[in-house]
Design a protein around this ligand. Structure first.
Ligand code: NAD
Length: 289
């Protein structure tokens, strides 16, 4: 396999995903605004381009792994002028309406829009075991599956633009809710005197078990490492998108609103670079444990 692929956004998720493409034999043309990210990719064997458009001049399929909807839109406005690009696979979490707008922008230039937001974190990105939530016209599936399978398991959310994003926002709201709620519940029991490891053992063989109690809290909070590798700021973006998309459909989301508030407090307390697991430290401070 010596086919070319473009990859823009070499961050916590992008760099390990790009690495798996190299391992599967793709020739990867990359760009990131961070020079450090580009050097890291070059050291792994990628071809570094000097701009978004240069990537789109080099490869038919271009993948994006970018932080926010606004950044995806700005990158797309440069990418559509590329000479080779005919497909964009967006791995970022940008929400339903931004994905629909993106599809409209690229389709004016005869470029196909494939939505493929991912779940599984930095660990899943490195291991090639992500869940890829995909929406695109069914006729494109055969062409894109080889590249997507290098990153993990492909699961279809439907054909229309926005559907994979809707599934992704639902998942991420639940994932954030599990972490916030678990941190709150655990702070109560630990303050009362239960030893944390014993408590997690009890919860994990009982009905409160979830991805925070089985993984994030034992691995990153009890170890005092606080490095899940998912920025608190990005989780706040996801929950905000979830609330905004729901509001546009007339659905109130009181639980999501409370979660967003906790994530905002975490940023206010631990700064812009806080990890999602820092939310547990807010509860620790409040309870004095
Ligand atoms: P990150 O901030 O670590 O990486 C983003 C990268 O994009 C950075 O290297 C940055 O320099 C680059 N970038 C920013 N603006 C750019 C531009 N205009 N042109 C080119 N490159 C630019 O973010 P991440 O954690 O890798 O997340 C990427 C996406 O994946 C986000 O949408 C996030 O919500 C989603 N996601 C993250 C995780 C996770 O666990 N970290 C899990 C699933 C999904």
């Amino acid at each position: 396999n010596s086919q070319k692929i473009g990859f823009i956004g070499l961050g916590r998720m992008g760099l390990p995903m790009m690495t798996n493409l190299l391992r599967s034999g793709w020739q990867v043309h990359v760009f990131d605004t961070s020079a450090d990210a580009c050097s890291a990719a070059q050291a792994l064997g990628a071809i570094v381009e000097q701009s978004v458009q240069a990537v789109a001049d080099s490869a038919e399929t271009v993948m994006l792994s970018l932080p926010t909807p606004a950044i995806v839109e700005s990158v797309l406005s440069q990418l559509v002028n590329g000479k080779q690009v005919s497909r964009v696979i967006d791995l970022s979490t940008i929400g339903i309406r931004a994905a629909r707008r993106a599809q409209e922008i690229v389709s004016k230039h005869d470029i196909h829009w494939i939505e493929a937001p991912v779940s599984g974190g930095v660990t899943g990105a490195s291991a090639g075991t992500l869940t890829l939530m995909v929406s695109c016209p069914a006729v494109l599936r055969e062409a894109i599956e080889p590249v997507l399978r290098a990153l993990g398991t492909v699961m279809y959310a439907g054909e229309a633009p926005g559907l994979a994003q809707a599934a992704k926002l639902a998942n991420n709201m639940l994932s954030a809710a599990a972490l916030v709620a678990s941190s709150e519940a655990i702070s109560m029991a630990v303050k009362a005197g239960v030893e944390p490891t014993a408590l997690l053992g009890i919860i994990n063989s009982s009905s409160g078990r979830n991805t925070a109690t089985t993984h994030k809290i034992p691995n990153e909070v009890l170890s005092r490492r606080f490095q899940v590798g998912f920025a608190n700021k990005l989780s706040h973006k996801d929950v905000t998108l979830c609330i905004e998309e729901a509001a546009s459909m007339g659905i109130p989301m009181p639980v999501s609103v409370a979660i967003r508030e906790m994530l905002a407090i975490t940023t206010a307390t631990f700064g812009d670079n806080a990890d999602i697991s820092d939310v547990a430290r807010v509860l620790e401070q409040w309870s004095g444990i």
